[in-house]
Design a protein around this ligand. Structure first.
Ligand code: SF4
Length: 376
């Protein structure tokens, strides 16, 4: 029998206290009624998958509560949910268990409760350490709440702390971005994610830019900021291991690595995506429809596709290219057309195809999506 691939469990909480101006994700505003509806449907979804034995005794390498903002749900309920998951599924001994949190939504007591329930990694959405950056993007909260949340998380026992940042924000410049990086480093996280701001259609930020109320992102400046992040974070002992992710040694996010290393993951919750045994499927992105399906004991899957071997290889190549170490050359198709494309991408300085591995160059990383689309 072939060895079992690693698998992770993702719980998608599509609830936030309010919508940030740049955010185009499917989500709903968290109210006690919506939280209750979500949790009761999620419980049914967990039970259905458990009954169908979808994970077939495989031990979970990672559990990840993402969103949205999972911590809009009271910590006692998040803790109960994790306890239930830990009871019904086999876990790897060193299972990585992450909860995403907005700093304003967690008290010291909440964080202690989450750590006691088994969460051992926290990902806090800092976004910036300069208060003026929050205004145009409609990010609620203060810098001191971020600082307090990190201190509280550490006091609660979290030793693995990720902080998310965004760059290319309206009004941000290279000096203020560098200052944000240094302020963030002073909080001593183990992992940092740096995401370039992208303007999504139909968001308030897109409308504000169109009206001339807010400046559009400057691509050249974003590139300088990306380079500054790589330099400043490397000096502080962080390795960039994926386009947007930096970690101290031993702290790369195991759950997210599943996405980039062709691992399996089962996603629960509205709009959650899954990839299990060569099959990709995604849940309905609507809480009412999701709840309705589960009330009649149907899985809330909106689309499902079984991938051919070639499609699996293609996806492994596309996602794996996001890693700085790239992918084995054997993932590329061995035909004349593919070889021509690889040669062309190499000549344009977008990839390096050497030592049996394909990696993106710094320029290739900026155009990762178009490089991937040219490959297939
Ligand atoms: S907290 Fe995150 S998911 Fe929620 S609205 Fe803001 S960006 Fe979107």
């Amino acid at each position: 029998m072939p060895p079992q691939r690693d698998i992770g469990l993702y719980i998608h909480v599509p609830l936030c206290r309010q919508r940030c101006h740049f955010c185009a994700f499917y989500l709903e505003i968290a109210t006690p009624a919506r939280i209750a509806a979500f949790l009761s449907a999620l419980e049914r979804e967990l039970t259905l998958y458990h009954r169908q034995d979808v994970l077939a005794g495989r031990a979970l390498q990672s559990i990840y509560f993402g969103g949205g903002t999972p911590t809009t749900i009271p910590s006692s309920q998040l803790a109960s949910l994790l306890t239930r998951i830990r009871k019904i599924y086999a876990l790897a001994l060193d299972v990585e268990t992450t909860v995403e949190a907005h700093p304003s939504t967690v008290t010291r007591q909440d964080l202690s409760r989450l750590a006691e329930a088994g969460f051992n990694r926290i990902s806090l959405g800092a976004e910036s350490m300069a208060p003026q950056d929050f205004i145009p993007i409609g990010r609620p909260g203060t810098i001191s709440e971020t600082e307090q949340a990190v201190e509280n998380a550490r006091a609660a026992g979290f030793s693995n702390i990720n902080l998310d940042l965004m760059y290319g924000l309206p009004g941000q410049n290279l000096a203020s971005w560098t200052a944000t990086l240094h302020s963030l480093l002073a909080l001593d996280p183990t992992h940092i994610s740096c995401y370039a701001l992208t303007i999504e259609d139909h968001t308030k930020l897109a409308q504000d830019i169109a009206k001339g109320l807010v400046p559009a992102p400057d691509e050249g400046l974003q590139i300088e900021m990306e380079e500054a992040a790589e330099t400043v974070l490397a000096q502080a002992g962080f390795t960039r291991y994926e386009i947007s992710n930096y970690a101290k040694s031993g702290y790369a996010c195991r759950h997210n690595l599943l996405y980039w290393t062709d691992g399996d993951y089962l996603g629960l919750g509205p709009s959650a995506q899954s990839y299990v045994a060569g099959s990709r499927f995604g849940n309905i992105a609507d809480l009412d429809a999701y709840t309705g399906q589960l009330q009649t004991d149907h899985l809330p899957v909106a689309e499902r596709r079984i991938l051919t071997h070639e499609e699996q290889q293609r996806d492994a190549l596309i996602f794996g290219l996001r890693l700085l170490k790239g992918v084995p050359h054997t993932l590329a198709r061995d035909d004349a057309g593919q070889r021509d494309i690889l040669t062309h991408l190499t000549e344009r300085g977008l990839i390096v195809n050497e030592h049996d591995r394909i990696t993106l160059t710094p320029m290739g990383r900026r155009f990762a999506d178009s490089v991937a689309s040219e490959l297939f």
